[in-house]
Design a protein around this ligand. Structure first.
Ligand code: AMP
Length: 246
């Protein structure tokens, strides 16, 4: 595996799969790398902790970072190129062009994290233009993000096939997330209420955790999505409702 820091070093291929990430890899990320590996000649993983998708006061500064560990995990999963751009490569001096997915980007997560999806859509379009993938891989764990990116690709005729892979969970049901690293053992136990409540479609099982939302949304597929706070940590998760009556 090659690590590159500028777009000019990125190789081209007849079929190229891109997995955009913010690093701190876990099995959820690795499942996307493997899916990309199966369907493409060349697999590029981008690692960029995108300041534009964090609101002031969020966890940008303490977001877990470990490039060396991530490079070893990506290498083991068959990734060809790890692209770790500097902020200047993504946001050159004078940057002022943003992608706003108006409706899908303003509900649920968008309502609670103003500007979040503007940052996500913009960085993804920028990465698509730099890497020029045939396919890009996202996790169902972030169902609204996948819906926003799919909408953007359709609306702006971005020539990329958006692939969405199932949520990977720990054995006890907690969805894997880089932010799980913030949880104390007691908080991790309390966090299990989130997958349990979603699985049972029963908000009362959240056991008094502060809730940002617990709502159905049609993100193709339709999901029941929730965001809760466990101590200082904000967790999101969802279950697919396909086949269930709306
Ligand atoms: P992140 O590094 O958190 O921005 O995530 C990079 C990609 O991995 C996104 O498309 C996420 O939806 C996906 N992802 C994160 N956690 C999981 C998980 N538990 N299962 C499947 N995909 C995931």
């Amino acid at each position: 595996m090659k690590t590159v820091r500028t777009a000019t070093e990125l190789p081209r291929a007849d079929s190229l799969g891109l997995v955009p990430t913010m690093g701190a890899f876990h099995d959820g990320h690795l499942s996307l790398f493997r899916a990309a590996r199966e369907e493409n000649e060349l697999v590029v993983v981008s690692l960029f902790v995108n300041p534009a998708q964090f609101a002031p006061g969020e966890d940008l500064d303490r977001y877990p970072r470990d490039e060396e560990r991530d490079a070893a995990l990506a290498d083991d999963s068959g990734v060809d190129v790890l692209f770790i751009p500097d902020a200047d490569e993504i946001y050159p001096p004078g940057f002022q062009t943003w992608v706003e997915v108006e409706e899908l980007g303003s509900i649920l997560e968008g309502e609670h994290r103003p500007g979040h999806f503007r940052g996500v859509a913009t960085v993804c379009l920028k990465l698509f233009n730099l890497v020029r993938p045939d396919r890009a891989y996202f996790g169902q764990k972030d169902a609204q993000q996948a819906a926003v990116i799919r909408r953007m690709a359709r609306d702006l005729a971005v020539p990329v096939d958006i692939r969405v892979c199932p949520t990977v969970r720990d054995e006890d049901g907690l969805a894997l997330s880089s932010r799980n690293a913030y949880l104390s053992p007691e908080e991790r136990e309390a966090a299990l209420a989130l997958p349990r409540a979603l699985e049972a479609r029963d908000r009362s099982l959240l056991n008094g955790l502060p809730v940002d939302y617990f709502e159905e949304a049609d993100f193709e597929p339709r999901v029941l999505a929730a965001a809760v706070r466990v101590g200082r940590t904000r967790l999101i998760d969802n279950v697919v409702l396909e086949g269930e009556r709306p």
